[in-house]
Design a protein around this ligand. Sequence first.
Ligand code: AMP
Length: 581
Amino acid sequence: MDGKANNAPAIGIDLGTTYSCVAVWKHERIEIIPNDQDRTTPSSVAFADAERLIGDGAKNQATMNPANTIFDAKRLIGRRFSDSKVQDDMKLWPFRVIQGPVHTPKIVVTYKGEEKEFLAEEISSMILGKMKETAEAYLGKVVKDAVITVPAYFNDSQRQATKDAGAIAGLNVMRIINEPTAAAIAYGLDNKSDINGKINVLVFDLGGGTFDVSILTIAKGDTIEVKAVCGDTHLGGEDFDNRMVDYCAREFRRRSNKDLTGNKRALGRLRFACEKAKRILSCSTQTSIELDGLHEAIDFSMKFSRAKFEELNMSFFSKCIEIVEECLREAKMEKSCVNKVILVGGSTRIPKVQCMLEELFGRKELCKSLNPDEAVAYGAAVMAAKLSGELFSVVIPRNTPIPTKQSKYFFTSEDNQTWVDVNVYQGERTRSTDNHLLGTFMISEIPPAPKGVIKFMDTFEIDENGILTVTSEIILTGKTEKLTITNKNGRLSKKQIEKMVKDAEKYKQEDQEYKKKADAFNALEDCIYNMKNKIKSMKKSRKLRKMEDAIVDTANWIKHNQAASVDEVQRMKEDLETICK
Ligand code: AMP
């Protein structure tokens, strides 16, 4: 698994607070890469006596080694020790955090008998390294390039620290993208726009410990603007579990007159059973919790209904909806202007949460076809494939009526990139190489800048003859390059055929009119011919002269009145016949 030639495709990583997920573009679709147990990996690192454990291994021994099992590194990364959030969170963690140099927080653990200090970046890099290894084992190749997601509210320092964590893990971080943006990309919404050229997307992300709402406006040409971000950094599935645990503990006391809340092992077992029951209640309306010898050798068994679960957690669900409304107010957007609502995070599987969102926005607006734990990694992998040229973007969709003109923005993908190849394809397949390459051109003299900074506008224009002109413009300097592709293969375009069919219909009607008129003139000329024959055998008379004059006049009239209507021609014939009777 070494050597550049054996490099794997770029991967997308959702580096979550409690769980992380990795995905890749493979076999013409996005694949979520499972570790040896699951499709998501706990964002936990444990330092045990003899070894370091990452992911499931770390989480599984957490209760036995709480002081040296690190989780929530995402709550620390890029923050100062004095940050009020850090100070508040520290009170909840079983591990120790101290102030390091330059106000950075440091996590203190005992590893192989020695005290060690780690920055949050280092812990996150261990998790990213685990995701990289998981992908390498799955792909059988060295993974280098990755897109990593962060919350939309992350500031520069938090983004940079996440990027550093990627670099420590040996990854080339192609781009850091916002989690809600990744979710919108996963649902293909970056390529959609309504008649106004934009759509509004609300991303509702309810995970294990955090709740984030983001409102995005996606404009034609791939620009995704974050309009507002709201949330609660301590609201999620774990709170729902806690309410269930409290309820069960009360029930245990009511039945046995014993308090189990001081018994850590009993509480751990109860929490585990409650979380499992909660998941079951997302698809069944009833379940049961059975725990033998829970506390002081007393068994615990009780039925739990979905209705009870909802009643216990209703205040949390209502709070979620209030935060959604707050986010709408911040974005200055009416709920009716939200075109799509994307569900992200495991807790959005809860039927009551979905039901409340449906009530607010309507059923058809909800996007929930992707696994909510995987949507962000999915979108990150789409972005990774796009950035590495594996995927291409559709600018003019099939069946778009021509003439048409559409533009899309693109960005440099490397630092100090001086030129870009623009490859123009025709086709519907997602991978560029599966489509028909129509032409290629280069735009150079790009001003030096870090990757992703220089913006291009590529405009695709098809005229009524199907001739495609692609213009690429460096927005900063205004420099443009152009490519014109004509329909050289001589086949008629769909539009040309449609025009011919329409023409044929129009002509058919005109042909019928013409035939009627031609028939009328023919009948008049036949009449003149017959009259001329008739007068040949007639003796000279006033009647004969009248008839001769009428025949000459009618013949002249025909010569000068070719535009006459059918009726007029028929009237001339009737007059001639009357005179010649
Ligand atoms: P995440 O951080 O997005 O991975 O979300 C994990 C949270 O989702 C945990 O609190 C889980 O208990 C919760 N979760 C996962 N599946 C379900 C489900 N089917 N019903 C309710 N909650 C779930």
